[in-house]
Ligand binder design. Sequence first.
Ligand code: HXC
Length: 257
Amino acid sequence: SQYQTILTETADGVATITLNRPEALNALNMQVLTDVTDAAAAFDADPEVKAIVITGSGRAFAAGADIKEMKDLDFATAYKADWFAGWRRLTGVRTPIIAAVNGFALGGGCELAMMADILIASSKAKFGQPEINLGVLPGMGGSQRLTRAVGKAKAMDMCLTGRMMDAQEAERSGLAARVVEPEALMDTAYEIAGTIAKKSAVATMLVKEAVNLAFETTLEQGLNFERRLFHSSLATNDQVEGMSAFVEKRDPNFTDS
Ligand code: HXC
C-alpha cells in the first residue's frame, strides 16, 4: 500500500480508513496525518465512493497526537509549520464521513472523531481531552468542536480536568450519534454508510454543506442558505428521479446527477 500507518479498503461504494499503529494505540503522528488526509482526499475524488468510515485497529480509536513526536517540539517550529493545520484537508472532504469509535478516543483521537459527520461509539469507547495533564491544551479542535457538541459545562469539565467520558455519557451529551455493543460496531457503521451510499451523492453533499453551515452563521443566514440549496436541488436529475419514484411507488435509481 502507498500508506504506512493506515489500512484502506473499498467495497459497495463505501471506503474504510483504519488507523493502524495499534502498538502506539494509534497515536497520530505526522505520517498518520499525511496518510489519513491523502486517503480521504483520494476517496473524496473517487465518484464510486459515497461514504467513508474511519476506525482504529486494536483497543484504541486513537489515544491522541503522538506525545513522543511532540515532546521536543518548540513554539517556533510548531508555529512556522502550523502544526496540525493539515487536518483541515479532512474537514474539507465533501463525502460523508462516519467515525466508528472502537476504544480510546483521547486528545487528537477525540478531535479526529469529532471531524467526522456521524460519530458512532462502541459501548467500550472512552472519550477525553487529557492535554491538560501534559501541560498543554487541545490543538486539533477539541476546545471548539467539543464545546459545540456537548456545550460549555461538559467541555470545560473535560478539558480542565482531563477526565474521560464513557460511551453512554457521550451519547447522552450529543457527542455520539449512537452507541452499540463492540461486536456490532463495524456492522452498524457499514449499515449507516451503505444507507448513505444509496442516496444521491449530490443530495448528501448538499446536506453536509447545509448542516455544517449551522456552526458558521446566524440562524437567518443559515435558513436563507438552506432554502437556496433546496431550490438548487430542484435542478438535479436525482430530484426528478426521487420524486417520480415516490409517486410511482418504486425504489429510486439515483445517478448522482
Ligand atoms: C504516543 C502513545 C500515546 C500517545 C499511548 N501511547 N498513547 N504514544 N502518543 N498519545 C503508547 C504508549 O506509550 C505505549 O507504548 C502504548 O501506546 C500503550 O499505551 P499504555 O499507556 O501502555 O496503555 P494503557 O496503560 O492501557 O493506557 C492507555 C491510555 C494511555 C490511558 C490511553 O496510553 C494514555 O494516557 N495515553 C495518552 C493519552 C493522551 O494524553 N492523549 C493526548 C495527547 S495530546 P510504549 O511503547 O511506550 O509502551 C493531543 C493533542 C495535543 O492529542 C495538542 C496540543 C499540542
